[in-house]
Ligand binder design. Structure first.
Ligand code: GDP
Ligand code: MG
Length: 177
């Protein structure tokens, strides 16, 4: 949906999804408040947060939704996806099982949203260099196969976090402008 007001030119809802503990809540915190927490585990209580971006000279208000821990049950309520215009699908670069579940999360996203919804695949925790267990090559190959963009982020040291969201919101903007 596109809303015009004096504060912003566009407002887009985007969702962050993926397995438990991959860093979704911290990506949201880093992007919207430039904060990081070691102990966000399901108690964070934030349903969504806003961040204003300037893309192509347009003020874009981004409403970012977090699962608030529902993903532990391998699914989230349909309201979570309702009206969303983009998704970040996140896995943990140190946990291969979270990478293996990416396709399932993408199927779940497409079950609730239009098939051409922009999605950015995100490998998070790039700061844990020694513990890396998913290579950039295999993640890039999966992204290519699924026709998605891929970025590696660290919510801890802020590497690529804003870039991943800007990449997603730019695709959403291009589709909706
Ligand atoms: P969620 O369950 O996907 O929302 O994951 P959280 O944001 O709650 O993060 C789970 C755990 O991973 C917490 O202990 C975080 O501090 C930690 N974490 C999140 N992002 C990063 C990151 O980029 N690097 C490192 N080293 N730890 C992270
Ligand atoms: Mg969380």
């Amino acid at each position: 949906s596109v809303t015009i007001s004096s504060e912003y030119d566009f407002i887009f809802k985007i969702v962050i999804i993926g397995d438990s503990s991959v860093g979704k809540s911290n990506l949201l915190l880093r992007f919207t408040r430039n904060e990081f927490r070691l102990d966000t585990q399901s108690t964070i209580g934030v349903e969504f947060a806003y961040k204003q971006l300037l893309i192509d000279g347009k003020r874009i208000k981004t409403q970012v939704w977090d699962t608030a821990g529902q993903e532990r049950f391998k699914t989230v309520i349909p309201q979570f996806y309702r009206g969303s215009e983009g998704a970040l699908v996140v896995f943990d670069l140190t946990k291969p099982d979270t990478f293996q579940h990416v396709s399932t999360w993408i199927e779940e996203v497409y079950r609730h949203t239009p098939a051409d919804l922009p999605i950015v695949l995100v490998g998070n925790k790039s700061d844990l260099v020694e513990q890396r267990a998913v290579s950039r090559e295999e993640a890039t190959a999966l992204a290519k196969h699924l026709n998605l963009s891929y970025m590696e982020t660290s919510a801890l040291n802020a590497s690529n976090v804003e870039q991943a969201f800007v990449l997603l919101v730019s695709s959403v903007y291009e589709k909706n402008k």
